[in-house]
Each structure stands twice: as structure tokens, then as C-alpha cells.
Design a protein around this ligand. Structure first.
Ligand code: SAH
Length: 219
């Protein structure tokens, strides 16, 4: 058990965290301010809690991972979220990414195939009073037809190709950000814009995510 940090230590930790984000290209003031509001330490439990403020992915329950903060920042930046947007996140995991989006968008739907992760993230959203997030246990590769279309879609697990239902559930003018590629290799972070004519694809950077798996998980 580590000691509880005092206010000075906490302020310094936060400054270092934000400095690292900036130095890795997360330079947008709105995104940084949203990330400043969400304490990553609340989303990492157990053994790895002490490393919550380091810029690295960390293990969470169900064999999954909470993404690296700078990657969360760059994906949030690429999503170009505005305050009117309805957003779908596929891959709730710890709930960290959804919590950041909740400060930037009107409404967040987040789905995960593991009920336990959804339950735990939902409890955190309530505790943090993030009332514009709805967390649902579902196979997100089918999207969320009842709530479609979405202004923005973010996928935090890697598929080999952008799932057709997600492309279809993106509003015209909408943006989707997702990692694409095989799970055991380096993947590409892709930005998709839906226009009246079709879809435009932009490759952003190499990333590494857990795979998008079909069907609900065991727990
Ligand atoms: N965004 C998360 C990190 C997600 S890790 C965070 O901020 O902590 C990727 C998550 O995608 C895992 O929790 C995994 O269970 C989930 N996942 C994988 N395939 C899925 C699918 N088909 N539908 C919904 N969630 C899926």
C-alpha cells in the first residue's frame, strides 16, 4: 500500500501528466481540460494503481487494458468532438475514455462485451456524477442500431477492417476513429469521415490495441 499523496504531490503529478500529453501532441485546450478533469487513478485498480499517471497502457479486469493516456488524447483530438455530439464508444474497458468524452459531448453510449467491465464502469460514472454516459453490455461490432445514427464513433479495440454496421451508423458529416489491423501486430489508427458521397479514410499513426472480439464475453 502506498501513502496517500498530499495536495502538493497531487498537483505536481497532474502537471507532469499534462506536460507529457502536450509533448506527445495532445495540444488542444478543450481536450487537455477534459483530461485534466478525469483522474485516471480512479479507473486503474489494484497492483497497477500506482502507475496510473504514467503514459503507458495498464491491465484492467477481464484480461483487457486501459489505453495509454497520450493515445486516448490523440484519439479524442482526432474525433473532433463538439458539445452537441452524440457519441458511440465501442470498448468501454475501464470507462476512462468515455469519462473524458462525457466532458466534451452531449451524450455518450459506450458498449463492452464484458458485463463486469460495464458494471464497474457504470458504478464509476455514477460516483463521478457523469450523467450523460449510458454503458451497455453488447457486441459493439454491430453498433447500437437503436441509438443510431451517431455524430462520432470511437472504437478502442482493433478490427481487421472497419465494421460495416459502424460505418452505416455514422451520420453524414460524422467522424469515426478506430485502430485497424491484426491483433498481434502493429495496427494503424484510422480516421473515417462520412460525406454525402461516401467515406474518406486517413491513416494517423501506428498503435497497438486488444482485438475486437465478436459475441458477449463470459463475465
Ligand atoms: N476504452 C477503454 C479501453 C478499452 S480496451 C478504456 O478507456 O479503458 C478494449 C475493450 O474492448 C475491452 O474492454 C474489450 O472487452 C472490448 N471489446 C472487444 N471486442 C468488443 C466488442 N465486439 N464489443 C464491445 N466491446 C469489445
Amino acid at each position: 500500500m502506498s501513502h496517500a499523496p498530499g495536495p502538493e504531490e497531487e498537483a505536481e503529478r497532474k502537471m507532469r501528466f499534462l506536460y507529457t500529453l502536450r509533448s506527445k501532441g495532445v495540444t488542444d485546450a478543450r481536450v487537455l481540460s477534459a483530461m485534466e478533469k478525469v483522474d485516471r487513478g480512479a479507473f486503474v485498480k489494484g497492483l497497477f494503481a500506482e502507475r496510473a499517471y504514467e503514459d503507458m497502457p495498464l491491465p484492467i479486469a477481464c484480461g483487457q487494458t486501459i489505453s495509454q493516456p497520450s493515445v486516448v488524447g490523440l484519439m479524442t483530438l482526432a474525433l473532433e468532438v463538439s458539445a452537441r455530439d452524440k457519441v458511440l464508444e465501442v470498448g468501454t474497458g475501464s470507462g476512462y475514455q468515455a469519462a473524458i468524452l462525457s466532458h466534451l459531448a452531449r451524450r455518450i453510449y459506450t458498449v463492452d462485451r464484458h458485463r463486469r467491465l460495464v458494471r464497474e464502469a457504470d458504478a464509476l460514472f455514477r460516483a463521478l456524477n457523469l450523467t450523460n454516459i449510458t454503458a451497455i453490455a453488447a457486441d459493439g461490432s454491430h453498433g447500437l442500431p437503436d441509438q443510431a445514427p451517431f455524430d462520432r464513433i470511437i472504437v478502442t479495440a482493433a478490427a481487421e477492417d472497419p465494421p460495416g454496421p459502424l460505418l452505416a451508423q455514422l451520420r453524414i458529416g460524422g467522424i469515426m476513429v478506430l485502430p485497424v489491423g491484426q491483433s498481434d501486430t502493429v495496427q494503424s489508427l484510422i480516421k473515417v469521415r462520412r460525406t454525402a458521397e461516401g467515406y474518406e479514410y486517413e491513416e494517423l499513426r501506428p498503435v497497438r490495441f486488444v482485438p475486437l472480439v465478436e459475441g458477449l464475453g463470459q463475465d
